[in-house]
Design a binder for this molecule. Sequence first.
Ligand code: SF4
Length: 154
Amino acid sequence: MKTLMNGVVDELEAVKAVYADLASRPIERNCKGVAQCCAFRANGRTPFLTKGEALVAAQAWRAAGRKEVVIPADGSCPFLGRNGRCQIYEGRPFGCRTHFCEAAGGPYARGEVRDLIQRLEAIDHRLGGSGGVNLPSAVANAMDELPAKGKRGR
Ligand code: SF4
């Protein structure tokens, strides 16, 4: 298991700063918590994650005490709890925050968040990522890159 080097820690903070900037924007959307967007197979859409997003999601999953990503047989998101709620809400990826489901108000116009997407892409590049990867695979890969619990990066 690798340790997270300081540079990587900084990049993950940069991802979280993107999320914070998105939350501060006066764009009218309101997640209803219906988890429509989390049913990937049912709605025919799976979020694609940059490497930084995947590492942040993996951190949240690890913090929840999980060691691996198990893909549900129904094709829904591996982080959707039996209670219908996201189990990594604070670390959920960008796509989950831009509410592509209609119940939340429909997807953000790309122009509203283009600069944020570009920042995530730049982070992906600096982390040696290869662009968007589907959510289950991206986070499963990221879990392998996180340090074992209790280990700290240099
Ligand atoms: S990460 Fe959370 S919000 Fe995003 S699809 Fe999965 S369960 Fe839903």
